[in-house]
Design a protein around this ligand. Structure first.
Ligand code: TRP
Length: 334
């Protein structure tokens, strides 16, 4: 028998298209974990109801997020890839945890305060208890590691608090979940306009989506900010030029990178040529993922199988946990 693998769980929001920042910052990390850990990756469709009550697009979005993640290398035979709404045990655990979560701490949460500002007409209780639902997602599998970005650290800290309270009150059932990423620091993918990183909320033209077609990729890359080139040999690169090199390091060969490094240092660099090269290397990188994602998205039968298989694995683990939870709480009358 294999040594029992440690448990990893994370949730993926079904809003927005995957971009290069998500790929290098999150998805690639999941793909690397799937060999060494027992992984549960969930599409957070219930969470999306707190901000997107209109569900017309939900099915399309869920299908797309599944297709894109599989196209990036997540293997539904290795991980449990499932939808949150398919696992009813989540709602039950969420209910119990709500009794352990205090209004004051929930109201102080940064993401809650942001949402109150963004949607003042829809400050629903689901929004307030968002971190409670997220905790239920994680501890439903008694997961220890949660691969997430910086923006989720506060939610994880709250999850640890809820777990401590549960364990203290009802006995040790759950490990305290911690944020965790594979290997080195997560790579930040700079945006094409030289300002900040690629993100879906910023300038659309500065972000490369895995669904962008070849011409759009070329157009976006060619628009990246440059200047007339360095005036002195071996000078320091301005941020927006450094960013182009950083992007090249993600997708181009080391020969290509070295050539442009040398050209920069000798002041012979032609940024037009560099961007053309980067654009072609981006196309080479993104096109196969896009094509694979398109093919999966159009295969509803396959997607259904993926969701069923994922839900089955997730339910198995959820049921085992919920037995322990009901017993620990004292909901055992016969
Ligand atoms: N809140 C997370 C986000 O906005 C998504 C999420 C839902 C999640 N449930 C989770 C992340 C459980 C990690 C673990 O990205």
């Amino acid at each position: 028998m294999n040594k029992k693998k440690e448990l990893v769980m994370s949730g993926i929001r079904p809003t927005g298209f995957l971009h290069l920042g998500n790929y290098f910052g999150a998805v690639r990390n999941y793909v690397r974990m799937q060999e060494e850990y027992e992984c549960y990756f969930m599409v957070a469709d219930l969470h999306s109801l707190t901000t997107h009550p209109d569900t017309k697009e939900l099915k399309t979005n869920v299908h797309r997020v599944l297709s894109e993640n599989i196209a990036c290398g997540l293997d539904p035979d290795k991980v449990a890839l499932y939808c949150q709404s398919h696992i009813y045990e989540t709602s039950e655990l969420y209910l119990y945890l709500n009794m352990l979560a205090y209004q004051g701490e929930l109201e102080k949460t940064t993401t809650f305060k942001d949402k109150v500002r963004q949607q003042p007409d829809n400050v629903n209780a689901g929004l307030l208890t968002y971190p409670v639902l997220q905790t239920a997602d994680i501890i439903l599998h008694r997961a220890k590691y949660v691969p997430v970005g910086k923006d989720q650290e506060q939610h994880l800290e709250m999850a640890r608090n809820f777990v401590k309270r549960f364990n203290y009150r009802y006995g040790e059932v759950f490990p305290e979940p911690i944020a965790f990423n594979f290997g080195e620091e997560l790579i930040k993918v700079p945006s094409l306009d030289g300002a900040g990183k690629m993100s879906k909320s910023e300038n659309q033209y500065a972000t490369l989506y895995l669904s962008d077609d070849d011409d759009l990729i070329r157009k976006k890359v060619m628009k990246a900010k440059t200047d007339s080139g360095p005036a002195e040999k071996n000078s320091q690169k301005p941020d927006y030029i450094e960013n182009i090199f950083l992007l090249m390091k993600l997708v181009s060969t080391s020969d290509t990178i070295n050539k442009f490094e040398d050209d920069f240092n000798n002041c012979t660099i032609r940024y037009g040529d560099m961007k053309k090269q980067l654009a072609e290397d981006m196309v080479q990188f993104i096109a196969p993922i896009r094509q694979k994602a398109d093919a999966i998205r159009n295969d509803e039968k396959y997607l259904k199988e993926v969701m069923e298989k994922g839900a089955e694995k997730a339910r198995k683990s959820a049921r085992a946990t919920m037995e322990l939870v009901r017993e620990a709480i004292g909901l055992n009358y016969y």
